[in-house]
Design a protein around this ligand. Sequence first.
Ligand code: HEC
Length: 121
Amino acid sequence: MRKTRSYKILAVLLFIVIGLSACFQSEVRPYSITDSKTYEASLFRQNCTICHGPEAEGKTLADGRVIPNLRQGDFKYRTDEQIYSHIADGGNGMMPFRKMLTPREINLLVALVQRDLRGQK
Ligand code: HEC
């Protein structure tokens, strides 16, 4: 009798612990470009992943070019305007996207960088 009750308590406690850890996991899980269904995430996958990596974590290309992490680090471009012009005009190893993407699409990518990757707004 006593034994079954303590097993029950143990089972309940186990459920609470598992439930709580599931909650915390979903809370701290970072934004994922590969999992996202938004249009801007698919734009990123098509145009930017090749250099910046699937989760914008950055990498060093075969030719030695160092591609920055867009999520963390000392950002060179911080305002929406600076990021917009960098995507549109390129520079320092990044190609210009002005002819490949519409202004609306570039703005969506600026928002993805600021909001989803850097958590700025
Ligand atoms: C050909 C490789 C390449 C592609 C493709 C590319 N980038 Fe870049 N990106 C770079 C390099 C190299 C830099 C560093 C430029 C510098 O230091 O000024 C950079 C820098 C950036 C930065 C500035 C990071 C900072 O420090 O503030 C942003 C934002 C960015 N890229 C976004 C994008 C987006 C969005 C796309 C897709 C539309 C893209 N990039 C596609 C190579 C690339």
